[in-house]
Design a protein around this ligand. Structure first.
Ligand code: ADP
Ligand code: MG
Length: 705
């Protein structure tokens, strides 16, 4: 545990000290090469090998000076985690070594890495996997007990050029969206912006538990969540944890977490206690999407590492505890131009208002038309416990806009002029046919899965352990498609403002059913959404199936983000991942039920029975010990039986070949069978003596740190 003294090492000196940022490149590279790098980052050209040589040498010198011995291409395979393969810089010559790192080694790696899921895109014997430097995200140094390693963010592709990772489609989706947004901007008369890109700021939730408790729970160790556990007398109902004072042990952890993140240039900014006990959140300042995606992977990794140094374990799982709030990730997303315009900023004049309304309408249409795709982007086995389970939030995609903004858009559809509300500060629009937009049109609604929050949209369905690459990719593609259609229309007409109004009128009129400003957690909303015809896909397997639809594949192909083969392989990988995860959870459930719970319950029932017999010998009959022993023995028998049933359906699931059918069996048979075992286990936990219970319960996990 290292506590940095900020009086000796000011944060400003610490920040980015382990990041090969543009600032460092500007210092260390010849001017012309640095300018080329900027052009490569802007997608204007490709990096030449000569340029790469110069950058590699500068990067090596910088890394060696900071104590690095190894470098790695750092990539995002389809597991959703990050992967690395370390190479040392050494180049032995005549019994000595030189520390070398060539341009080729910088821009291209051959990790092979054939065990990562490729969904049939390559077979091990025929094709290696290649990594290639993603110039849009800076290299950084990872420092820990094992030493210092230079990490180079890369994409991961097959020998034939197919994407094997989450970064390639993300980069392509950013390009696709940027291209269509530029067409719209040009058609609106913008001649100055050169590029549109997406900005992202992900808020990350997590739990902390004491390591000694964690280590006694096989379920937490193997699956990241508790597959047994009954609610303690106190849950989260008091809401006394939410935004409460951060206790010292956690504060020490957060301080080190921030320091570590600042070093690698991740702008960790806010932190607080979340709703559930021992649940916390960290949020960075938003940045361009690839940096944000890489940054979030680093945040997750660093949370885990730093927690361990403080004798704790961080749980990134979406639902570690039944009956207690789960963890998500709020993906704050916006569109920005290279010259500093935020396209979702309503602005202060008629032109920016009109532009804003047009882009906002595009998001509404995209979210309505591609609701299944957006839902699918948050569909994992773990997130299934959060979305559409018995607890809120439901799995319905809707957008929150707040009253005033919704009214303005409605008025455009109905051809009414927007009325000024009393006392509200309004910006007068010179163009009479467009409405007046108040300065702060956004409200706060914490129950909406997709909320407009002033100058950005916040997608809140994403799971806490997920990579945000996929949600952003799908969102970008969906919006790109709608913007391309808007651009087609705008490019034809002459009368721009009239055209804008017509587009908004038509688009919003058709898609406003997806706008909902009420309480998204209310039971009433589920019925209302059904009346509106909005999909409510409760389970992951059904949510994933949108990836196999021909119209989805056509969408990704039209924007050159993923090919049919790549889409199909991903679909299979996600189905397999779902099945594998539940397979492990079911295995752990069986193991814990048989080897921990059943023996504990049986012995305890036996003890009670003996006590009852002893008491009977002194004439005390019909004692509660006898009744208790009987009840526990009954439950233990049920636990035993349900475990056998779970084992049977698990075997059945394991034997299914087709990935979709297999995932279905896990979802429809294995999961309920696990629940049946759990309910017996949890009932037993309430009856068996605390000291006879084989592992720590929710009380320890949630309230002791
Ligand atoms: P909250 O949602 O809790 O009210 P904020 O509004 O401060 O918090 O923002 C939360 C996250 O949104 C932060 O990570 C912030 O950097 C990010 N954010 C703010 N503006 C943008 C933007 N234009 N694009 C993307 N993310 C943004
Ligand atoms: Mg938020």
């Amino acid at each position: 545990m290292s506590i940095v003294d900020f009086t000796k090492t000011p944060v400003a000196a610490l920040y980015g000290s382990n990041c090969f940022s543009n600032a460092v490149m500007r210092e260390r590279l010849p001017r012309n090469i640095y300018k080329e790098i900027l052009a490569v980052q802007a997608g204007e050209k490709e990096l030449t090998l000569e340029e790469a040589e110069v950058v590699a040498a500068a990067m090596r010198d910088w890394a060696l000076a900071k104590g690095a011995s190894h470098y790695t291409h750092w990539f995002h395979p389809l597991t959703g985690l990050t992967a690395e393969k370390h190479d040392s810089f050494i180049a032995p010559t005549d019994g000595r070594v030189l520390m070398e790192f060539s341009g080729k080694e910088l821009i291209k790696g051959e990790p092979d890495a054939s065990s990562f899921p490729s969904g049939g895109l390559r077979t091990t014997f025929e094709a290696r996997g290649y990594t290639a430097w993603d110039v849009t995200s800076p290299a950084f140094l990872k420092q820990d007990q094992t030493g210092t390693t230079l990490c180079i963010p890369t994409v991961f592709i097959s020998y034939y050029g197919q994407a094997l990772d989450k970064k390639v489609p993300l980069l392509k989706s950013i390009d696709a969206l940027g291209k269509q947004a530029m067409r719209v901007l040009r058609a609106l008369g913008n001649e100055t912006s050169k590029r549109v890109y997406t900005t992202v700021g992900p808020e990350q939730e997590y739990f902390l538990v004491d390591k000694t408790f964690y280590e006694q729970r096989p379920d937490l160790i193997l699956t990241g969540r508790t597959v047994f556990g009954s609610m303690p007398a106190k849950g989260q109902e008091m809401e006394d944890h939410y935004f409460g004072a951060i206790q010292e042990r956690v504060a020490g952890f957060m301080r080190e977490l921030n320091t570590e993140l600042w070093k690698v240039g991740v702008s960790a900014k806010t932190q607080h206690n979340e709703v559930a006990p021992n649940q916390f959140e960290i949020a960075p300042v938003f940045t361009n999407t690839t940096v944000a995606v890489d940054g979030n992977q680093l945040v997750m990794e660093t949370i885990k590492n730093v927690a361990r140094r403080h004798g704790m374990e961080a749980l990134l799982h979406e639902k570690p505890f039944a009956g207690i709030n789960g963890s998500g990730k709020h993906n704050n997303w916006s569109l920005a131009t290279d010259d500093g315009i935020n396209l979702f900023d309503p602005g202060r004049n008629p032109e920016t208002n009109a532009r804003f309304l047009l882009f906002a309408a595009a998001v509404v249409e995209a979210v309505d038309r591609y609701a299944l795709l957006i839902r699918c982007s948050a569909a994992t086995a773990a997130n299934e416990h959060r979305l559409g389970a018995n607890e809120a939030p439901p799995a319905i995609i809707s957008i929150f806009f707040g009253g005033p903004l919704t009214e303005i858009l409605d008025n455009i559809v109905e051809g009414k002029s927007s009325a000024k509300s009393e006392g509200e500060e309004v910006i007068k629009m010179e163009v009479p046919s467009l409405p007046i937009l108040s300065k702060d049109v956004s409200d706060r609604n914490r129950t909406s899965p997709f909320a407009f929050t002033g100058n950005k949209f916040e997608f809140r369905m994403v799971g806490s352990s997920q990579s945000i690459a996929t949600p952003n990719t799908y969102l970008n593609v969906a919006v790109a498609q709608v913007l391309s259609e808007f651009a087609d229309k705008l490019e034809q007409g002459d009368h721009k403002l009239k055209a804008i109004q017509e587009i908004i009128k038509e688009s919003y009129g058709k898609h406003r059913r997806v706008v909902f400003n009420g309480n998204g957690y209310a039971e009433e909303w589920v019925r209302e959404a059904e009346r509106r015809g909005l999909p409510n896909v409760r389970n992951t397997v059904d949510a994933l199936s949108v990836l196999s639809r021909s119209e989805t594949i056509a969408l990704f192909e039209a924007h050159h983000v993923l090919s049919k083969d790549e889409m199909e392989s991903r679909y299979h990988i996600y189905l397999e991942k779902y099945a594998k995860q539940i397979n492990i959870e079911a295995g752990v459930t069986i193991d814990m039920a048989r080897r921990y719970l059943f023996p504990a319950a049986t012995s305890y029932a036996g003890d009670l029975a003996q006590d009852a017999a002893a008491l009977a010998s002194i004439g005390a009959t019909n004692v509660p010990q006898a009744k208790g022993a009987k009840r526990i023995a009954e439950l233990a028998a049920e636990l035993y039986e349900e475990t056998a049933k779970l084992e049977a359906v698990l075997t059945e699931a394991q034997e299914v070949e087709d990935p979709f059918s297999k995932a279905k069996v896990y979802s429809e048979k294995v999961r309920p069978a696990m629940d049946a075992v759990r309910s017996r286990g949890d009932a037993l936990e309430k009856l068996v003596a605390k000291k006879a219970w084989p592992f720590p319960g929710y009380e320890e996990l949630l309230f002791k740190l």
